[in-house]
Design a protein around this ligand. Structure first.
Ligand code: PHE
Length: 342
């Protein structure tokens, strides 16, 4: 081996290594290039260095120095290529400065949550406090304390989702009436929004889970006049002045008499049912230990999603559940986090 031929080989190695580095498509290919040229055992550069011994002592320093330079060049090339690969993964295509900027994501309350909050706010102005109760209930709270025998159709497994013996997913918010009266003495004025569950099919007007909003007022001397006047006032505050209210006879085991409450908005002809209601049945007052001779009261239960459908002209209840941003952002609120239904 002569000095000149080893220097010539180093030049060839340098050029080949640079070409191979530039052509490496991924980090595995790059590693293969590194092993081929810089590998300690059989790397091409190591093979050259091993032959330094065949040179005369005067020739060795020049070839040794050149080998180190080539090693540095190849290392730099490998590092640069690795950097390019990482950069390609992180930044992708070049930034287009002519595109409009991305707006920060602004959250909004769900339209039904907004209606719940609005209803609670109206009742707050009428002296009502917002309360809540559990979604998993006992038969006592959901049915029996509400004067509803377990052989009533509502208690049937066809209608109610049972969890285990005696436990169920509440089918209405009326159990919150019982829980409130058990823990408080009159005067009572509460509203209780929350989720309820029924074995319903998912269609334009039914969903197996939906929000209800319960109301309850109990005190000495409360009459049917208070009941009608308060709900009429609510209807006017929610739907606007001039809204008419109609009470149609109905039946619920826990109210007597019972009514369906309809409203007719100014400039419209149809009556719309917005809630079930009635005077609290004396048997319910007795069940919570109140003296039915002393106290009277009234209660209602309504579906805020129904009111949201009317307010926002939404034709299909399921749209409230689909989380489609094109729909929700059209009804997007002024902002401000809601605290959910309950
Ligand atoms: N709980 C009844 C329902 O779900 C509604 C209701 C509540 C009726 C309070 C009267 C009084 O249908």
């Amino acid at each position: 081996m002569t000095e000149t031929s080893l220097l010539g080989q180093l030049k060839i190695i340098e050029d080949a290594a640079r070409t191979a580095t530039g052509a490496a498509a991924d980090s595995a290919a790059l590693e293969a290039v590194r092993v081929e040229y810089l590998g300690r055992q059989d790397g091409k550069l190591s093979l050259v260095l091993r032959r330094l011994g065949s040179l005369s002592p005067e020739e060795r320093p020049a070839v040794g120095a050149e080998a180190n330079r080539v090693k540095g060049v190849i290392q730099d090339a490998l590092e640069r290529r690795a950097g390019e690969m990482a950069g390609a993964v992180q930044t992708g295509p070049a930034v287009d400065l002519t595109l409009p900027g991305r707006r920060p994501w602004v959250g909004a309350r769900h339209p039904v949550t907004r209606v719940v909050d609005e209803i609670c706010e109206i009742f707050r102005g009428l002296g009502f406090t917002r309360v809540r109760g559990p979604e998993a209930e006992t038969e006592w709270y959901n049915f029996l304390a509400l004067n509803t025998p377990l052989d009533h159709p509502a208690a049937d497994e066809q209608d109610t989702l049972y969890l285990q013996e005696g436990m169920l997913l509440r089918s209405h918010t009326s159990p919150v009436q019982i829980r409130t009266m058990e823990t408080h003495e009159p005067p009572i004025r509460v509203v209780a929004p929350g989720w309820v569950y029924r074995r319903d099919t998912y269609d334009p007007t039914h969903t197996p889970t939906f929000l209800q909003l319960e109301g309850l007022a109990v005190d000495e001397g409360i009459t049917f006049v208070d009941f009608k006047a308060t709900l009429a006032e609510f209807a006017r505050r929610f739907f606007g002045p001039g809204t008419e209210v109609r009470f149609r006879p109905s039946f619920f085991p826990f109210t007597e008499p019972s009514a369906e409450v309809d409203v007719r908005r100014v400039g419209t002809t149809d009556w719309l049912e917005i809630m079930g209601a009635g005077m609290v049945d004396p048997a319910v007052l007795a069940n919570v230990g109140y003296d039915p001779e002393r106290y009277t009261g009234w209660a209602f239960g309504m579906g805020p999603a129904r009111l949201a459908m009317l307010r926002y002209q939404v034709p299909d209840l399921r749209m409230f559940f689909e989380s489609d941003m094109r729909f929700l952002s059209q009804l997007g609120s002024e902002g401000g986090p809601g605290d959910g239904a309950a």
